[in-house]
Design a protein around this ligand. Structure first.
Ligand SMILES: N[C@@H](CCC[C@H](N)C(=O)O)C(=O)O
Length: 287
């Protein structure tokens, strides 16, 4: 890669429960990354390595509620642009809260305006309302999202819903062993999901305690997925397996999710800084 600046472009490496992010601040110096450059940076052997790459832009679309602190661009490791990422939203909220000294952050995403603050578990983000209509995900045609007539790898009848991004949830019986990689990668691009889908496997340990493994669209198997944790609680409640609040265990740690009476999903958990660095970007990419 060519370096337009002798020192490269600064970035912060962050993670939420091991779901890791390269965060670039483009609020003062613009940054536009092609899919190829995102892939190169995300590569764990030849780049920095990440599940998602985040670019912070000025908020150019203030609505009636006033301007957000920033607009958060979210890219999967394969370069695709997505609307929502729960773990990265907590990380960005932490940066804003530390930078401003305020107790509330407002982050604009393609999925809407998200408010964040601190709570006993770390950073809490209001992830907004879930979507249950087939067009919310979207699906290829009209169907009942509560129980899809879909069968794969011995599993069947998953629930589908949107948390600003599409999720497919299989509820597992007992200790059934599943091949998350095989089933997840097969269903990620199933023709019923024209924009692909995040695939999760949910075990109900108790009505307020779930365990979730996720194959993420555009990133593969990750240690944690914030929107999948939100979707799992909502889906489990709709299927009658859980209450409206639960601890969600994932291989990287736990999140605490509440689906409140106003139909908003609140997600709480850690947001960590791993290290600061600089990277050479190709000419014309804002280095
Ligand atoms: N890691 C995320 C979700 C990132 C986007 C997802 N892979 C998609 O394509 O929708 C999270 O914490 O929510």
């Amino acid at each position: 890669m060519t370096n337009a600046s002798p020192h490269g472009r600064p970035f912060i490496k962050m993670h939420g429960l091991g779901n890791d992010f390269i965060v670039f601040d483009a609020r003062e110096i613009p940054l536009a990354l092609t899919d190829d450059v995102v892939c190169a940076l995300a590569d764990r052997q030849t780049g920095i390595g990440c599940d998602q790459l985040i670019v912070l832009h000025p908020d150019k679309k203030p609505d009636a509620g006033g301007p957000a602190d920033l607009f958060m661009e979210i890219r999967n490791a394969d370069g695709s642009t997505v609307a929502a990422c729960g773990n990265a939203t907590r990380c960005v909220a932490r940066l804003i809260l530390e930078e401003t000294g305020r107790d509330r952050a407002l982050i604009r995403t393609r999925a809407g305006l998200l408010a964040a603050d601190r709570d006993a578990f770390g950073i809490r983000v209001d992830m907004g309302r879930p979507g249950f209509h087939w067009q919310d995900l979207p699906l290829s045609h009209e169907m009942d999202t509560l129980m899809l007539d879909l069968h794969e790898g011995g599993l069947s009848q998953p629930t589908a819903l949107s948390m600003g991004n599409p999720h497919l949830l299989f509820f597992l019986e007992g200790g059934l062993d599943v091949d998350v990689r095989a089933i997840g990668s097969t269903l990620e691009h199933h023709p019923w999901f024209p924009e692909a889908v995040n695939v999760s496997f949910v075990r109900v340990l108790a009505p307020d305690h779930l365990s979730v493994a996720t194959w993420e669209r555009g990133a593969g198997l990750t240690r944690a997925c914030g929107t999948a944790a939100c979707a799992s609680l909502v889906g489990a409640h709709r299927r009658g397996y859980a209450g409206r609040a639960a601890q969600i265990d994932m291989s990287g740690g736990a999140l605490h999710i509440l689906w409140d009476d106003a139909d908003h999903v609140l997600m709480s958990g850690d947001a960590e800084i791993a290290f600061h660095g600089r990277v050479a970007l190709p000419l014309g990419h804002g280095a």
